[in-house]
Design a protein around this ligand. Sequence first.
Ligand code: ASP
Length: 418
Amino acid sequence: MQEASKKEAQRIGYAMVGGLIIGLIIHSMGQASYVEYIKPLGTIFIRLLKMVIVPLVFSSIYMSMINLGTPEALGSMGRKAVSYYFVTTVIAVFFGLVFVNIINPGIGTSLGTAGLNGLSSEMASKVTEQKGLYQTILSVLIDAIPTNPAGSLSDANILQIIVFAIFMGIVALYTKDKATPINNIMGALEEMTLKLTHVIMRFAPIGIFVLMMDVMAKSGTTAIVSLSKYILTVIVGLTCHAIFLMFVASARLKKSPMYILKGVSAPLLTAFSTSSSAATLPITMTAVEENLGVRKDTAKFVLPLGATINMDGTALYESVAAIFIAQAYGIDLGIGQQVVIFMTASLAAIGAAAIPGAGLITMSIVLGAVGLPLEGIGLILAVDRLLDMFRTTVNVFGDAVGTIVVDSFLTNDEVHKS
Ligand code: ASP
């Protein structure tokens, strides 16, 4: 790991801990409103990160196609990536179900706060606009095809941008010399957005300090105490899954788990503070390439795809939350219904957007599949922001490890060393 990256990760770490402590102090003094004055610095940081996502995803997917040279090479990489996403998501949900059945966090929970009143009206309407499992899978597939690529770019619809970039990349391979001007522009755009990411990263300690302080100053400690068993179940499950991923990465990269953790510490801390895999993507991209030596073309293709559809943390969280709600309502779920939760939680995570709170919206798919009351979401709402930080960190870690694993399974012929 380069010395500069090490220092950068350290600075981000200090900023996070500092923001956490000061936020807690402000919370204990009951002065959360003061944070509003500096909160814009956190908002600016997230907006800066979002600013690079669209050009970065489009240019890097396109350029990875050009460098790979054939649609077959892309197919091979894509198959390996999707297999990894599938296997690890299933393992994540398994961890969630094991721990929630051992700890039983919902038994004896009061239903006092159940209801959708705490949700914003926009969120409540998304939660209640329930789709079945088949409809959900179908709509993810159909919605992935852009009808207007310019609209996809302007709406920052990452999945549609990926699909469009893949199509453009494939035809560019067949158009050969005629595509050279566009290839040059894309290559330049990619270089520029990566450079821009480095510039934005200088601002990361301030942004992360403010974001952490804001969350801590406003977090309701009463909810944390009353839902402590639930929080514990989610965190224990996520930790086990993260340890599992760390060993997988360590085995494939033949480096110590500590080496891996240090290499991705900047994206993990950013994910924790922003609760957004998408906003963290530019940082994850530079970290796996520069610190862990993942080949550029693998990172450029596998990471944007992973940030969009691979969410181990969210899948685990949704399985725990569904069982917790069932337990709180005194509903006994048999093994058959737990299997349905197993499947729907894995799929609902694919459909969740890489933004804060998205997992809570797709929860309705899981609850609906086993006939649990949607109002149960109200029970977990108060601690969702907190748990979002943890699950997003695992989502991003899963994406980074996925890139390491896929890269390790590709020969030099399959991917250019760029
Ligand atoms: N915030 C998560 C992410 O961006 C998604 C979720 O809400 O679970 O990865």
